[in-house]
Design a protein. Structure first.
Length: 58
């Protein structure tokens, strides 16, 4: 699945393949994110809503 990430180093939006679905925080304060990688191997993270995260997990 492809998703749009913001690449801080190049200061531009990039489209990359989602490699992982992660959550941060504790119960009641969870944040949902997609992980990806640039073509040169740098990590990317995009925080998304729970609805988008749940939809993508299926």
């Amino acid at each position: 699945m492809k998703h749009s990430f913001y690449d801080v180093k190049s200061k531009a939006k990039v489209s990359a393949e989602v490699t992982d679905f992660v959550t941060y925080g504790e119960a009641g304060r969870k944040r949902y994110a997609f992980k990806g990688q640039t073509k040169d191997g740098r990590p990317l993270t995009a925080f998304v809503s729970k609805a988008t995260w749940d939809k993508a997990k299926k």
